[in-house]
Design a protein around this ligand. Sequence first.
Ligand code: ADP
Length: 490
Amino acid sequence: MPGDLILVLDEGTTSTRAMIFTAAGLQLAVAQRELIQHYPAPGHVEHDPAEIWDKTLGVAQDAVRQAGGAERIAAIGITNQRETVVAWDKAGGQPLSRALVWQDRRTAAQCGQLRAAGHEDAVREKTGLLLDPYFSATKMRWLIDNEPQVAAAAAKGTLAFGTIESWLLYNLTGGAHLSDASNASRTLLLPLEGASWDAGLCDLFGVPSRALPEVCDNAGPIASTSPDLFGRAIPICGLAGDQQSATIGQACLNPGDCKATYGTGAFVLSNMGSTVPRSANRLLGTVLRQLGGQRHYALEGSVFVAGSLIQWLRDTLGIISSADETARLAASIPDSGGVTIVPALSGLGAPHWRPEARGAIAGLSFNSGKAQIARAALEAMSHQTHDLARAFEADDAGWTSLRIDGGMSANDWMAQDLADILRLPVERPDYVETTALGAAVLAALGVGLYPDLESAARSMRGPARIFEPMMEDGDRRERLTRWQAAIASV
Ligand code: ADP
């Protein structure tokens, strides 16, 4: 009789982690390794798929050891950076190129051409997405057009495309080619209301449908690991893209419940129930979860640059030595002294969608030092979130509170500033790794430790702290006016 622990594989953009959770949602163990980011040209961002698998297996085996062996694991849940594309050969399982990461902008021109040819409305109607390089389909086509090994495998019929969960599943199981509906809904190839890939969309983007995985539920008996990896076959029972997983980990189970995750980028998802979301304000419609073939949807706003701005201050400019130093610096001054940062370092996502925009630091004076810049960087998170809040409101999906999580949400100064600028209560669970927790919830549900999603998510989510708005309205208005001027200038 196996134990009742859950192994979660959390495949982020900057690191891969394996975590052990109890059935009550407590984290018992974690093993983590950084992933190498490859930037071969401006706007190009790549990962090495072999490195992802090797490090994932390494941390998974480490976590299983820490848990006391594979017998103690009831099920595996996987959550992952979405949209990133891996191409491999079904014949030998070898990757055929580097993975193109969601941040990669190299297909901007291809997207522009499709937009100019008038395809965007139909694509949006079917998939809930826009023609932006962020999504997977144009990346897949780019690989066929530019990587001879990918083209050769496509011609032979042995090409496999997948997002990261699909690549991990393939390796964990020794050959299953699957993708869950939440990840599949980020490719531009899955209709929000269709069970599988759309032939017309595959044609439009030039992606051979036989290279694509089978679309499956987010929880249930999805597959099993090869016995040799952990000493016994462990069932894989939960699978979800990182943002959908965090939404579940935050127990945003009812229509209107809304969360924002601040990691490398920032992602706001609002539960829309079984209503297919249609945004008139350039937000995205996405599959939140599919259970027993039944879908629930979310309206999503994706901001490309959040924690990566802090990383840039630390690693490229070198003006801070750690990310959490920003909170102390921001609190050390009464305001940013007029400094405003537009974090468009890799273009602007929702609701602006301007891939060609680039970042700016406005309002510099001789009085501007690292405290002003650090503060402006954190303030930019509230400004970007505020723009999303307005767009959700305009789509009749206004927020009444916001649940936050992700590595950056540990920053108390930012959490308070968000509450102030949004004029809403901001709720942060004590345990902020809600992305991993969501995958644990799905796996616990999928293996039968709980009878339904509601009881799994509510039992496994811990206590939270609430930040209430306190800022004077004049200060708030001044901040937003400065932001609007700065963003209009980039
Ligand atoms: P991902 O899952 O996208 O890899 P994480 O959720 O682990 O990202 O968050 C890491 C990001 O959060 C990094 O970009 C880092 O710069 C930022 N970050 C972490 N802690 C803080 C902090 N205390 N203040 C500001 N930013 C932070």
